[in-house]
Design a protein around this ligand. Sequence first.
Ligand SMILES: NC(=O)c1ccc[n+]([C@@H]2O[C@H](COP(=O)([O-])OP(=O)(O)OC[C@H]3O[C@@H](n4cnc5c(N)ncnc54)[C@H](O)[C@@H]3O)[C@@H](O)[C@H]2O)c1
Length: 265
Amino acid sequence: MNRLNGCIALVTGAGRGIGAAIALSYAQEGAAVVVADLDEANANAVADRVRALGVRADAVTVDVREPAQTAAMFHRVVERFGRLDLLVNNAGVIRVRSLLDTTPEDWDFVQSVNARGLFFTLQAGARHMLKQSPLAQGRPCGKIINIASIAGRSGRAMLGAYSASKATAINITQTAALELAPKLTVNSICPGAVDTDMWKQIDREWSEHERRPAGSVWEDRIRGIPMKRPEAPQDLTGMAVFLASADSDYITGQSYNVDGGLVMG
Ligand SMILES: NC(=O)c1ccc[n+]([C@@H]2O[C@H](COP(=O)([O-])OP(=O)(O)OC[C@H]3O[C@@H](n4cnc5c(N)ncnc54)[C@H](O)[C@@H]3O)[C@@H](O)[C@H]2O)c1
């Protein structure tokens, strides 16, 4: 398929997990992909896999908590590739803590990546997109996709800082959609319980807190999924490609649950 032919995409946190799956799916659709991550080795490895699919790729080591770094990253992308069509703000972190145990440092760490980092990465990417012409007459000049979470839809026990940061991501999506329309579209995806390193950390921290066997928190969560299986990173790529493609040009400010039915309404 070639739904993203000619597009230049940048995915943050693409060194593994959901971000890596989205980066590879964009490459399969013909986009050149910049793989941005805090982890240099992982970013390079995914960029190699992107190149193996026959499209151009770059790996960038970046900390999305640092606006100077993200601004420099976009300058490099535009210098090298000439434009930026798709930005996926996927980099994210979590800490499993009860409300009473959450420290100011826990709070700041989670917000600094998931909320503040997302906000300023979006801002820096949008500044470049707004300066360019659309790939085709009548189309938006760029598309931004934020990876939020179903945890951002309502409060979550043991995930207070994370849940608040993801509600912020959904809210930023709406503000950005309003301010940047009609030149850019901005939407978000809310994954459910995805089988990645992040969920391994959630299970470990939660099980330790409740003195339960390792793996049992994950098993309980999976049991509650209407689709009766864990979510794989690849379950998110259909929505990520749709929101990047011309098929979604009239959609902005929306947040879509892709969660096997965990959250409805
Ligand atoms: N796994 C899930 O169940 C789940 C559910 C809902 C939402 N999400 C969200 O999806 C996104 C990806 O999650 P995942 O499960 O693939 O996580 P993951 O921990 O497997 O991968 C996250 C990636 O982000 C990178 N990263 C972290 N901090 C960074 C920073 N400051 N700068 C740049 N890169 C940074 C990490 O190096 C890593 O490669 C996150 O935003 C997460 O909150 C995940």
